[in-house]
Design a protein around this ligand. Structure first.
Ligand code: GRF
Length: 217
């Protein structure tokens, strides 16, 4: 049993395969990661079922009933903070977050994105990598700042593009890597090894490269 544990809240909108990877990787006795709650803006997100199957508390906050982004985000913050999180993990949460939200969780908010950032911020990343003729694609975990998909990088995994790849086949291989790098980054944070410094992400007190920790096949 680790001496200190890390309370984590996961936000998602969809399938939650990254949540599943986090659950599976935090089961061991030696893991300091404690996923206390999973919150979705969509009641039909399959990730909620994954959480329930693992005995994790869930909540749904539909954005429909709110008067604007700030009001929704304020309610979301209240819900998240009820779980007393040390870390908030975005795992396919399909909402743009307000500046107030991002500042509130500064240094304790991580996101995963399906590209080698800073390439291909936003959507349709696999298709865009194929159309550009890239030889390499991949995924990135980063601290969240007010710039969309733009915060300091923690870890990236490179996925070679293969002849005949479609957006789907590429997405599948990228997803497999996501399931490796997100639990790794969350564990580093939970162990107190990873933090956001003034100039960027620090691992064991040392600045990470601009690309974050880079994993190649
Ligand atoms: C992942 O591709 C992630 O990079 C992006 O949203 C997707 C979520 O997938 N932010 P899942 O719901 O974890 O399967």
């Amino acid at each position: 049993m680790p001496s200190k544990t890390c309370n984590v809240v996961v936000l998602l909108s969809g399938s939650g395969s990254n949540l599943q990877a986090l659950i599976d990787n935090s089961r061991g006795e030696d893991s300091p990661v404690r996923i206390r709650g999973v919150i979705s803006n969509r009641a039909d997100a399959y990730g909620l079922q994954r959480a329930q199957a693992a005995g994790i508390e869930t909540a749904v906050l539909a954005h429909g009933g709110f008067d604007g982004r700030e009001a929704f985000d304020a309610a979301l913050m209240a819900l998240i903070d009820g779980f007393k999180p040390d870390l908030v993990v975005l795992a396919g949460f399909m909402r743009i977050l307000s500046g107030g939200f991002v500042r509130h969780y500064q240094g304790r908010l991580l996101n995963i994105h399906p590209s080698l950032l800073p390439k291909y911020k936003g959507l349709h990343t696999h298709q865009r990598a194929l159309e550009a003729g890239d030889a390499e694609h991949g995924c990135s975990v980063h601290f969240v700042t007010e710039e969309l998909d733009g915060g300091p990088l923690v870890v990236q995994a490179v996925v070679p593009v293969e002849p005949g790849d479609t957006a789907d086949s590429l997405a599948q291989r990228v997803h497999r890597q996501e399931h490796q790098i997100y639990p790794l980054a969350v564990r580093w944070f939970a162990e107190g090894r990873l933090r956001l410094g003034e100039q960027g992400a620090l691992l064991d007190g040392q600045p990470l490269a601009a690309s974050g920790h880079l994993i190649r096949p």
